[in-house]
Design a protein around this ligand. Structure first.
Ligand SMILES: Nc1ncnc2c1ncn2[C@@H]1O[C@H](COP(=O)(O)OP(=O)(O)OP(=O)(O)O)[C@@H](O)[C@H]1O
Ligand SMILES: [Mg+2]
Length: 323
């Protein structure tokens, strides 16, 4: 069963194309693991969040309690816009501290431009993911990421060379601002190891280390795993093959696949077509089948899916209701 296959993998990335059931499966997995006694953090990295809708309570950027029982589920929705604001404010503080006053105006103009620059939003999400992962691994038994549909986040996660940090971009990108790069040259080019120089290098090193830690966790099959969700229809099945190949190429271990929203037995012809599709499918990981359930909102619906993912029967056991 799925949860058994995932045993010991403390960082799970649930991904797949848009609308296939990533948020539902990530949440049901989290609840099933928590019913088994685990402390689980579920993190939505999708700007179009619906973790809160599914669990029927507002979820914020700090861990929000979603369920308490044998174990617990907390949730986080990463807010890219807020992350961008926070990050730019932090960079601004660092820069004002580092740069001579006459260059503050240029630095501010540079930051204002950076807010709109391509990749800014993505870097913000990535950084928030790295933070959530570090916090989750330190304080929970497991972290389950509900990723954005494109899979682009994951691509970035697995490409260290693309993980240039904002600080590095802001300080080193000569194309974006001639004036600022002149300032950077003056700053970095000083021969004596000034305090400013040392501080700058310390900031950059800390960011690089955080991304490196994330990359290491991701590439370690003992720690991380990707769970691919798809629906049993011809096009999504073909797409799931492509995602599996892509994951193999970038070195992220695919540990399980979930065929979601399988038709009920009352529709035998349809169900047979779906099974035929699944039989011909080799993703390099076992496929777990999850049936279509009624109205997938709230705890009962998540509990209806849990046992299909290898979770305990919610009716048995000492667990208490949602807090
Ligand atoms: N097993 C299921 N049975 C019934 N409905 C389901 C099932 N799984 C998902 N759904 C429904 O399908 C829709 C999409 O599910 P969900 O939001 O989990 O997908 P997603 O992959 O996270 O979507 P997005 O790409 O938009 O984030 C929702 O309305 C959800 O309630
Ligand atoms: Mg979703």
């Amino acid at each position: 069963m799925l949860l058994n296959q995932l045993a010991g993998r403390r960082a799970l990335f649930v991904g797949g194309k848009g609308g296939v059931g990533k948020t539902s499966v990530a949440s049901a997995l989290a609840l099933a693991a928590a019913r088994g006694g685990e402390r689980v953090l579920v993190v939505s990295t999708d700007p179009a969040h619906n973790l809160g809708h599914l669990w029927e309570r507002p979820v914020g950027e700090r861990p929000t309690p979603l369920w308490r029982g044998a174990g617990r589920v907390d949730g986080i929705e990463i807010d890219p816009a807020a992350t961008v604001d926070r990050h730019l404010a932090a960079v601004a503080r660092t820069m004002t501290g580092l740069l001579p006053e006459r260059l503050h105006g240029a630095a501010r103009a540079h930051l204002a431009a950076a807010r709109e620059a391509p990749g800014t939003h993505e870097s913000a999400v990535l950084e928030a993911v790295a933070d959530a992962l570090a916090m989750g691994l330190a304080e929970y038994d497991r972290v389950v990421f509900d990723t954005a549909p494109s899979g682009h986040t994951l691509h970035l996660l697995a490409s260290p060379e693309r993980m240039t940090t904002w600080a590095e971009n802001l300080l080193a990108n000569r194309d974006r601002s001639e004036r600022f790069s002149a300032a950077y040259g003056a700053l970095g080019g000083t021969r004596d190891t000034s305090d400013r120089d040392a501080e700058l290098r310390r900031v950059l090193r800390r960011r690089r280390e955080r991304f490196a830690a994330m990359r290491d966790a991701l590439a370690d099959p003992r720690v991380a795993g990707f769970v691919l969700v798809f629906v049993p229809e011809p096009l999504p099945v073909a797409e799931s093959r492509e995602v599996a190949e892509e994951l193999a190429r970038i070195g992220v271990p695919l540990v399980a696949a979930v065929a979601n929203r399988l038709s009920p037995a009352a529709l035998p012809a349809r169900r047979a077509r779906e099974e035929a599709l699944l039989e011909g499918l080799d993703l390099g990981a076992p496929v777990t089948r999850v049936p279509l359930v009624d109205d997938l909102v709230g705890l009962p619906a998540l509990d209806a899916i849990g046992p299909h993912l290898g979770g305990p029967d919610p009716q048995s056991g000492p667990s208490t209701a949602s807090s």
